[in-house]
Design a binder for this molecule. Structure first.
Ligand code: BG6
Length: 488
């Protein structure tokens, strides 16, 4: 496919400048901060997207500012894209300060006040809570005690509760300190360039929206197998499992982008409203339509009990009971230690009502026509269809139109999901964040599964999950592993 793109006319300098900020990073020495947040902030600075700011790291570690700067440098050298030059680091480092969390609210208040004095005007505050779920509310209380709520926004990490009751409790407790518009619940899948491209693809083109419904779409798959194991996160994972870790957050959110009605505007409220309408229309999950799996050997991992019932894999069938989607099954799957890592949305179109092609021509032999979104950072898109094989007679092959982001020459402009979302939070843009209402509804439809989970079934590491996944999807078949590879 030939690609024609226009020059980038939204250079950072043309976007409205962000106010100066004090960013308080809770959990500043943890895994997420090291892998994503600190390198992400450095990348934003490089791209000219970070406003004048101070970054205050805080954690349970006994560090001072010098030691924190060293930790941050190590993290950026290991995880940032490209080499960290001495000059850029010298500039970035001056923004980094550390305060021990154990020093309490007064110490935090003093460090923030100090940072604010070094910035022009009345800086905004961005509190990033990269802390375990059971520590989040204590941090929120500290922020209240320290008087750091005014002019502030707060980014929360999942899980946002573990069931309906706990999600409601968490939201109510948060709202005692912060107003809903100050809260940014992060779901990094929505920050992925490819996830946002779903909106562009659907709503910027006249071609696809008319067929985006039950009349033309047979079923949908959202498939996110991971080869990763759980290594360093066993304790967290044992409490959480694949459903709460991946489905309630990432997969359902992506499903909402795929299934929502056109919003009245490309604005946070309009988009959240449409997503929430999808969640409201979703039918409660039926445990009989869920396959939970556990890789063999999970129970031998350190910190995991011999009779653990935590799922490291889940596949499920769900339904959206509205006019657009009634009768269209949505199949979701994700798990650890699987055969391949992928993140795809695959839309299968209905087959033609009659076939005029001779038996043996190959029509339908490779499944229906598909539209496939690959949500990888180097995102791809493919539309497959049957076409004639050259030569005599009428033999048909499955062909495809494919698009790959890297062919546009724009891949270096991609912001990593966390970078994009931190930037959006600083500009107060809620578009890619989830709401209290949405989260609570998702827990509500999950209740039957949480109260009556089917038993976990064993699967081999390196496989596609327990055998029962085939019955779940029948008479269809899982798209992965692909019969035909992406074009290089
Ligand atoms: C995280 C989950 O939110 O997302 C992990 O906790 C998962 O278990 C990860 O591996 C996947 O994210 P990505 O961006 O690497 O696909």
């Amino acid at each position: 496919m030939t690609l024609q793109t226009e020059p980038n006319d939204i250079a950072p300098s043309l976007m409205s400048p962000l106010d100066p900020h004090v960013i308080v990073l809770f959990g500043a020495t943890g895994d997420l901060a090291r892998r994503k947040l600190l390198p992400g902030l450095l990348h934003l600075a490089r791209a000219g997207l970070l406003p004048e700011c101070r970054i205050i790291g805080t954690s349970l570690d006994d560090l001072d500012t010098d030691a924190f700067q060293k930790v941050a440098r190590g993290a950026c050298e290991e995880f940032a894209v490209g080499e960290v030059t001495t000059t850029e680091w010298a500039e970035f480092e001056t923004r980094l300060v550390f305060v021990r969390q154990s020093d309490g609210a007064d110490a935090l208040r003093a460090v923030v006040a100090d940072a604010e004095r070094s910035l022009p005007g009345e800086p905004r505050r961005l509190h990033y809570l990269s802390v375990p779920p059971n520590a989040a509310l204590a941090v929120v209380r500290t922020l209240g005690e320290a008087g750091l709520v005014e002019r502030a926004r707060i980014i929360m990490e999942k899980p946002f509760g573990t069931d309906l009751a706990s999600a409601r409790k968490l939201n109510a407790a948060l709202h005692e300190t912060f107003a809903e518009e100050q809260i940014f619940r992060i779901d990094h899948f929505l920050g992925k360039e490819a996830a946002q491209n779903i909106l562009a693809f659907r709503f910027a083109n006249g071609l696809f929206e008319p067929i985006w419904n039950r009349d033309h779409i047979d079923h949908v798959q959202i498939d996110v197998p991971e080869t990763l194991s759980i290594d360093t996160r066993l304790e967290f994972y044992e409490q959480t499992g694949a459903f709460k870790d991946m489905v309630v957050t990432h997969l359902f959110q992506v499903l909402a982008f795929m299934a929502m009605e056109p919003p009245t505007a490309l604005e946070p409220l309009a988009i959240s409203e449409e997503k929430n309408k999808v969640f409201r229309s979703m039918m409660a999950l039926d445990p009989a339509k869920v396959v939970r799996g556990q890789y063999t050997g999970y129970r031998d991992e350190p910190a995991i009990s011999d009779d653990s019932e935590t799922e490291t894999f889940i596949a499920l069938k769900c339904a959206i009971d509205n006019w657009r989607w009634a009768g269209v099954p949505f199949f979701l799957r994700t798990g650890k230690r699987m055969a391949e890592g992928a993140r795809i949305i695959s839309i299968a179109f209905r087959e033609p009502p009659k076939s005029m092609f001779p038996i043996g021509s190959g029509v339908g032999a490779q499944g229906p026509d598909h539209l496939t979104f690959d949500l990888a950072d180097a995102s791809k898109l493919s539309l497959s269809f049957y076409g004639k094989r050259p030569g005599p007679g009428m033999k048909l092959d499955k062909l495809s139109l494919q698009f790959a982001l890297h062919e546009t020459g724009r891949q270096s402009d991609v912001l990593e999901a966390y970078e994009r979302l931190i930037h959006d939070a600083m500009s107060g843009d809620h578009t890619l964040f989830t709401t209290a209402e949405g989260i609570e509804r998702l827990w509500e439809i999950s209740t039957p599964l949480l109260t009556n989970p089917p038993p976990v079934r064993a699967y081999q590491s390196g496989s596609w999950g327990p055998n029962a996944i085939h019955q779940l999807v029948a008479p269809h078949a899982w798209r992965l592993p692909f019969e035909r590879a992406w074009r290089e």
